[in-house]
Design a protein. Structure first.
Length: 525
């Protein structure tokens, strides 16, 4: 599963000001030190990734990736605009799919759906996000050609904690109603009652939810000092999380990562430089807290990676902990794991002045090579353009690349979507799809079998059409396998078949970023 970690910072109002001399001097010093570090000695087989940045007209605070090389993005606050989901191809080409309703706020970030599309939960119609008239599941197809809205039940209106499953099942929590809800794709709604723990002004917005690989749904609400789990059989278990009373959690979301062995890690999404609390619910049901770690991510073997103000922390399945520093990025704020289990991070050097908002003087991204025990080699890190001073989380693409969203705290400048390509995949051949055969034809429906020449775990995606017979249809096929794609014949081709004549055509399969393949086909009545 592609994992997406995002940092839920609140927007910062930046005053117009002249450049700060101390800040400029510090930035120059950091840039010089980082340049020297990159040119220093490193292992011959470690090379920095390639960084490409694409201008973005919006500040995207929610990113997700599906099976292909593209990244999808929601803008978090768009009170005066239509709902739209942006899609950036690996070349930087931008396409947007929109619905005609006005968006109040995004309630749950995008995640991949079965079939290659994306889905997220949005609140619409009213500008007051706490009482939106309409809560919906927004769902796209694999290539962003269409956007469908599915209304969610009345109970979801005041909810902020949402989690999605690949089949379209929606989980959500109502903190002040002490309940977790599950809505199946069929529309069936089930309520799971929690213990009453009281409700505060910040409780609803603090809820975080995730569905683990075992099908269990987790809720963590640090404002209520609560963690809860609903397993695949509907059994509910709850824990008390002893958050210090002095912690101010107003406006903060909660980041979660599911342990493949049955546990959970969590962290509150503090703003840069603010105190942060994190913790774990172990597979055996024990709750552990920390005030020195941040965003969590689990490997398939149960290894936990967390961000810190000094770099990264690795906790092995047996509990052994190792702190790893990152040159040029003492404050690492996002981490996610690639398909091979290698951690990738985003960080920088944080500036906090007495009258200035916290922001980064420099931003870097990189991976942790196997065998790293104390410090990430400088050669494994790449600098990110300095015109952006805030960063979002990391989204790991289906092709192995890393995406992030960047912006500047001062006005609308420096809004970028950045793609970071590890050196080992930069020269890799892009997978190509092809048509094997016609599986079936009924009425105006034709079913083609498509194959993908990539290795298992990678995907071919794009559009397929029959020349003179159909419109382009999105497809997604995993490597070393085949998939059925349904297409609708145009009126002319359908009439020809009804008259008993064959339709001779060419199937053109366009694979995103990798050209096309062609095959002659004959359709018969």
């Amino acid at each position: 599963m592609i994992q997406t970690i995002r940092r839920g910072w609140m927007p910062v109002r930046a005053a117009t000001r002249r450049p700060h001399r101390r800040r400029a001097a510090a930035a120059a010093a950091v840039a010089t030190a980082f340049s020297v570090a990159l040119c220093g000695t490193a292992a011959a087989d470690v090379r920095p990734p390639t960084v490409s940045s694409f201008e973005a007209g919006k500040r995207y605070e929610t990113l997700a990736t599906g099976p292909g090389a593209a990244v999808w993005a929601f803008e978090q606050e768009t009170a005066d605009e239509r709902l739209s989901i942006a899609r950036y191809a690996d070349s930087g080409r931008l396409s947007e799919v929109a619905a005609g309703r006005r968006l109040s706020t995004v309630r749950a970030g995008l995640r991949p759906m079965a079939g290659g599309g994306m889905a997220g939960v949005v609140a619409m119609d009213r500008r007051n996000p706490w009482s939106a008239d309409y809560i919906a599941l927004a769902r796209t197809d694999a290539m962003g050609s269409s956007l469908k809205l599915t209304s969610l039940p009345e109970a979801a209106r005041g909810a902020f904690g949402f989690a999605l499953e690949a089949d379209g099942t929606v989980w959500f929590a109502r903190a002040c109603k002490d309940a977790i809800y599950r809505r199946l794709p069929s529309g069936k709604l089930t309520r799971f009652q929690l213990r009453g723990v009281g409700c505060s002004e910040s409780a609803e917005g603090n809820s975080g939810m995730i569905v683990g690989p075992d099908g269990a749904a987790w809720l963590v609400n640090l404002a209520q000092k609560r963690a809860a789990r609903v397993d695949a059989n509907g059994r509910v278990r709850e824990w008390r999380v002893a958050v210090p009373e002095e912690m101010n959690l107003w406006g903060r979301s909660t980041q979660l990562a599911a342990d493949p062995r049955g546990g959970l890690a969590f962290a509150d999404a503090a703003q840069p430089g603010e105190p942060q609390i994190s913790g774990r619910v172990t597979a055996t049901g024990k709750v552990r807290l920390s005030e020195t770690a941040g965003t969590p991510a689990f490997g398939s073997d149960g290894t936990l990676w967390e961000t810190t103000t000094r770099g990264l922390r690795r906790t092995a399945p047996d509990g052994r902990t190792t702190d790893i520093t990152v040159p040029g990025a003492p404050d690492v704020f996002a981490v996610a794991l690639a398909r091979d289990g290698a951690p990738w991070f985003l960080g920088g050097t944080l500036w906090s002045g007495p009258s200035l908002p916290s922001e980064y003087l420099s931003l870097v991204a990189g991976g942790v090579p196997p065998g790293t025990e104390s410090e990430v080699p400088a050669a494994a890190i790449a600098a990110i353009p300095a015109h952006s001073s805030q960063g979002n989380g990391i989204a790991l693409g289906g092709d192995g690349a890393i995406w992030t969203s960047l912006w500047n705290t001062a006005g609308d400048q420096g809004r970028m979507v950045t793609r970071i390509v590890p050196s080992e995949i930069a020269a890799a051949r892009k997978p190509v799809g092809s048509v094997r055969r016609v599986l079936a034809r009924t009425g105006r429906t034709v079913v083609l079998q498509l194959a993908c020449d990539a290795e298992r775990g990678r995907f071919c995606l794009g559009k397929v059409r029959l020349v003179g017979a159909t419109s382009p249809t999105p497809y997604v096929v995993e490597g070393q396998s085949a998939a059925a794609v349904r297409m609708t014949l145009g009126p002319r081709a359908a009439r020809t078949l009804r008259r008993g004549r064959a339709v001779r055509t060419t199937a053109i399969v366009r694979s995103e970023g990798a050209g096309e393949t062609r095959r002659a086909l004959t359709l018969r009545r």
